[in-house]
Ligand binder design. Sequence first.
Ligand SMILES: Cc1cc2nc3c(=O)[nH]c(=O)nc-3n(C[C@H](O)[C@H](O)[C@H](O)COP(=O)(O)O)c2cc1C
Length: 212
Amino acid sequence: MALLDNLTWRYATKKYDSTKVVSEENIDKIVEATRLTPTSSGLQQFRVLVIKNKELQNQIVPISYDQQIVADCSHLLVFVAWDSYTEKRIDDIYDFTTDERELPRGRFTSYTDRLKQMFFAQTEEEHFVHTSKQAYIGLGLAIAQAAELNIDSTPMEGFENDKLDELLNLKEQGLRSVLMLPLGYRDTEGDWLSSMKKVRISTEDFVTKIYE
Ligand SMILES: Cc1cc2nc3c(=O)[nH]c(=O)nc-3n(C[C@H](O)[C@H](O)[C@H](O)COP(=O)(O)O)c2cc1C
């Protein structure tokens, strides 16, 4: 039940206690849970930046619609994803996978050929829609791992992606920002949301079981 209890405990924290710092050991656990994210075709299309730099965090506040949480949190995760699929990106990860498994390179060529055929019929914008979806899966796991460690977090789409990409020089690396996740410890007194009920639609409305 621990995971369910912790998912009930967590909420999208609106105010952090800026004096409290998450240990590096716990940050590493959250990153590790995120690295273990399953991704479409195992391509690992996204990466995570971990920012603990008040000057940079303060620069991110105005491009995050003045959400002060990006500066007051202990660490700020930025989820970034490939801006497009390329032959090299697909081949590199498959070569890495076959090498790790001590299989001959090219073992999955018929599969990767099909992938390339499918992706190269699409626009780069369509590629990014697909690569960024993988980052959302990682976001979920990062939030869950943080909750397991009783660390607060706030999933964030509310920022100007292009400006963040520029600030972090992501374009040059063939990457684009997708999401941010401030991590830290809630300021219970100062956070208007901390004592509010968690609201979800009922299980009955949420799930449809189709058996037999
Ligand atoms: C993808 C995504 C983007 C979000 N963006 C923001 C954001 O920019 N700022 C914010 O304060 N909350 C943001 N939220 C938090 C949601 O509003 C919150 O998760 C939702 O209302 C459910 O509440 P709970 O997380 O407290 O249970 C975001 C959540 C998700 C999943």
